[in-house]
Design a protein around this ligand. Structure first.
Ligand code: FAD
Ligand code: NAP
Length: 533
């Protein structure tokens, strides 16, 4: 690539987003000697961990592996305090990373990217923000899979007299619910983490549940120093072993089918995983997401647990999910089900009696009205595509990404999309992303992109673009793999089913190890499936 002289607003690369992905991308691109500008809409870095400050927010992949591995020194130096770190601790970690690697000077905060247009004549991206425009050869979207919030358009929402909050946009100063009648809408992971803590404060808490979720106890605790020492003694080995597991996380897979063993052995395995706590419950057997009868055994085990925890059998029944376990993302909790034994907590079924309207003093379902001082929307995100499609991205011949993805996202490896040269997506749809431990997935994508850009420069090339043929084959493969599983069987955000009007397409790719192998193979074959120019 020709060395170029840029005005201060012309860069080699623009990165959108300063979460785990954007920060590491900046670090790697700087290492290649590129001029880089990162734009971040928030007033601070951290992405997910900047925005999601609701009570109880924490990771549900263990901190020892929900963290960067690119710097062995960082990995050794940083001390996590708990098995699952809280949001403030993860944000502190990311602040430390930004300082330690002197990343801040290339990050513009409070700057939202509104447009990105590829100019064919110059081969550069024109990137417009609410604070001016820049140009760059490479445009890298680190915009996050779960960063664009979803608030259902309930009629009357603007007339509510009390305070409303979305878990994904929580006020920095926190919220005091003491003495308040609080409504939480939603029962996904964010709700399941926050409900027990809100219930401890509120005068009364109404939980508006459309679909119950399966949740496994976290058994969170201060990290055992001996465990930390043993992981740190061979951190690289720990990471390498986890990268070979289906979700890229330390969930050892029992290599037996749930149906191969008898009921006693099955119960023993589920009980042991339940006691261990966390998402590893889902790899109790090797066919839970493949075989409905196998899945039923795990689902039944959790339903029995719910009935054993919740005193009122009718409430326990209402909290018991009927869909395939794992089909919607499994949740991890501390005292979630037990919270429904509190006298100040009421579970409200909004599946059979949906919310019709928000009133000035509460809300009304088709069955009853509820007086509320505040409403918490734990209603999730326009996942995987929301943040990307809220930017007006135009590729060759002015084609918009919006039009190209009208029937659902189409990518090659979740890294690029045909017709949009030099546009890279970090954990884009079609990559393992949300079906994996996301920090290693992010690092793998960033490394691949940085290596690719390094390769282009070494070869004197200026352009890379997925070919339509490779993209078609990859989209078909992602669908084929999803079709072999039970994932498409319920209305999950993996399928876009939580956002009215969104095309129903299974977006993540299942299987971290084969995916990494494929990416490596593509790179080794001079970026097979991409056209280089
Ligand atoms: P993000 O952290 O989402 O950062 C993207 C950034 O891009 C945001 O700050 C956003 O403001 C910015 N941005 C977007 N669009 C624009 C624009 N147009 N202009 C400027 N800036 C823009 N994953 C796990 O693997 N394990 C977990 O335990 C886990 N826990 C989670 C808990 C919560 C509450 C949530 C919401 C998600 C969790 N996730 C978890 C997923 C989590 O999103 C990822 O692990 C990871 O933090 C994503 O990092 P990222 O940098 O890709 O995206
Ligand atoms: P979510 O899983 O999408 O949950 C949203 C909830 O809102 C669902 O219960 C949904 O019900 C409900 N809802 C949406 N629209 C509704 C409507 N119109 N009426 C009634 N209810 C409605 O969102 P989330 O809880 O924020 O979690 C999103 C993802 O972020 C998680 O799956 C996970 O990947 C990540 N996360 C992780 C953690 C963690 O433990 N580390 C914590 C939070 C988030 P339906 O199910 O019926 O649609």
């Amino acid at each position: 690539m020709e060395p170029q002289t840029h005005s201060p607003r012309d860069f080699d690369a623009v990165v959108v987003g300063a979460g785990f992905a954007g920060l590491y991308m900046l670090y790697r691109l700087r290492g290649l000697g590129l001029s880089v500008r990162v734009f971040e809409a928030g007033s601070g870095i951290g992405g997910t961990w900047f925005w999601n400050r609701y009570p109880g927010a924490r990771c549900d992949i263990e901190s020892l592996e929900y963290s960067y591995q690119f710097s062995p020194e960082l990995q050794q130096d940083w001390e996590w305090s708990e098995r699952y770190a809280t949001q403030p601790e993860i944000l502190r970690y990311l602040e430390h990373v930004a300082d330690r690697f002197e990343l801040r000077r290339d990050i513009e905060l409070e700057t939202r990217v509104s447009e990105a247009r590829f100019d064919e004549a110059s081969g550069r991206w024109a990137v417009a923000t609410d604070r001016g425009s820049v140009s760059a050869r490479f445009c890298i979207m680190a915009t996050g899979c779960l960063s664009s919030t979803n608030t259902p358009a309930f009629p009357g929402i603007d007339r509510f007299a009390g305070a409303t909050y979305h878990t994904g946009r929580w006020p920095h100063e926190g919220v005091d619910f003491s003495g308040k009648r609080v409504g939480v809408i939603g029962t996904g992971s964010s709700a399941i983490q926050s409900i027990p803590l809100i219930a401890e404060q509120a005068a009364h808490l109404f939980v508006f549940q459309r679909t119950p979720n399966y949740s496994i106890p976290a058994h969170n605790a201060p990290l055992d120093p001996e465990r930390v020492e043993s992981v740190k003694a061979d951190y690289a080995g720990f990471r390498a072993q986890n990268s070979q597991r289906p979700f890229g996380a330390n969930f050892p897979v029992n290599e037996h089918s749930a149906l191969q063993v008898d009921a006693t052995e099955r119960a023993r395995e589920y009980e042991s995983r339940w006691q261990q706590g966390g998402l590893g419950f889902f790899t109790s057997f090797n066919d839970l997401i493949l075989d409905r009868a196998a899945n039923d055994t795990a689902a039944e085990f959790v339903r029995a647990k719910i009935h054993s925890i919740v005193n009122d059998p009718s409430v326990a029944e209402a909290l018991s999910p009927q869909q395939v376990i794992g089909c919607k993302r499994l949740c991890v909790d501390t005292n979630y089900y037990a919270t429904f034994n509190r006298p100040n907590v009421t579970l409200v079924d909004v599946a059979n009696a949906p919310i019709e309207e928000i009133l000035p003093a509460g809300l009304r379902t088709t069955r009853a009205s509820y007086e509320l001082d505040c409403i918490v929307f734990a209603t999730g995100f326009d996942a995987m595509t929301g943040a990307l499609l809220s930017i007006d991205i135009r590729g060759k011949a002015g084609q918009t990404l919006h039009d190209k993805w009208a029937e659902g996202p189409r990518t090659y490896l979740g890294l690029g999309t045909a017709g949009f040269p030099n546009l890279f997506l970090i954990t884009g749809p079609g990559s393992p992303s949300v079906l994996s431990n996301m920090v290693p997935s992010i690092e793998q994508h960033v490394n691949w992109i940085a290596d690719c850009i390094g390769y282009l420069r070494a070869q004197g090339r200026e352009r890379i673009e997925a070919t339509p043929g490779a993209e078609d084959a990859w989209v078909a493969h992602v669908n084929e793999v999803a079709g072999m599983t039970l994932y498409p069987s319920c209305n999950s955000w993996y399928l876009g089913a939580n956002v009215p009007g969104k095309p129903r397409v299974f977006m993540p790719y299942l299987g971290f190890p084969p995916y990494v192998e494929k990416c490596n193979e593509v790179a080794a074959k001079d970026y097979e499936g991409f056209a280089l120019g």
